[in-house]
Ligand binder design. Sequence first.
Ligand code: ADP
Ligand code: MG
Length: 341
Amino acid sequence: MKTSEFELIHQIKKNLIMVPADLIRGIGDDCAVLKKDEDSVFLISTDCLVEKVHFELKQFSFIELGKKAMSVNLSDIAAMGGVPLYAFVTIGVSPDVNEGEVLDLYTGMQQVAAEFQAGIVGGDTTSSPKSFFVSLTVVGVAKNGQYKLRSDAKVGDGIYVSGNVGSSAVGLKLLQKKKVQENNFIKAHKNPRPRIQLGQLLGEASAVHAMIDLSDGLLQDLGHVLSASQVSAEINFENLPLEDDFFETCRSVGLSPEDTALTGGEDYQLLFTMDDAAAEELSSSLVAKRFKITRIGTVLPKEAVPKVALPLPARIRVLKNGKELKLGQLGYDHFLAHIRS
Ligand code: ADP
Ligand code: MG
């Protein structure tokens, strides 16, 4: 298929006609949002990891794979500011995978779910002739007014990210080069942590307007927030939070540090926009709780920045030392990557 993932989702969405009662948000955010009762909503999301597309069994033990599968799914609940409750798990078992490995997968998923008091409550099992896959659907809850959407960024907001960006992409490259000695990059790739507590604190803060988790790369995911909110943004490359040895490690494995920081996927950090007037107070209370957040740019009016061609066009300008960066081959599109591989 030549169509990009985002274009395909757009076409699917266009042709859907049902609008169930109590649906607050359907396609287009990290989770669907459904009314639960007068005070709260359900948050529901699903994500699938396919061998050879999202992971190689040479690089992951089944316990590690289970942990990552649960973490990346819970990350979408974190992205809304929610509390995870339940997970459903579908596995596609390929001929070379045995029972012990499947049970290891569940040990990994269970470990992460238990850490957040969530439970695996169902699923489906099938054979898969070529690639192993694991697909999760997760359900969480949030109070009305305490969950965040992609579509609420406001002109003048600061743009913030948690943790560091670009680390997972460097970790993946190290693994591909068979450099397996554990370091922060490999850890970021193999064992991303869902930012559940941070997401909830940001969910409760009225100064925080829009939020998303970083799965497809900083620019791509920021682009989703900007287009959903009908705004644009300017980012300062110097302000991006990077591992101390990010530049030298990128160069040692042949990665462009700029492209990797801006477009490397799978960091599962939170990106959010916030009214700068409240930033100092919220930042210091988060820092006191040992959360690292960094202001990387500013939300601007829609027309302030022309569209640039990421896989999905986005209105983003990136400045480095006061000069505008030329954005090359950016973002990570699973379909295109799949076709290439
Ligand atoms: P995320 O990266 O946060 O998991 P995605 O980019 O996978 O989000 O999906 C964006 C939105 O599109 C979500 O609301 C998701 O539910 C929806 N979506 C993705 N694939 C499909 C599909 N095949 N059918 C219907 N909705 C889809
Ligand atoms: Mg997401």
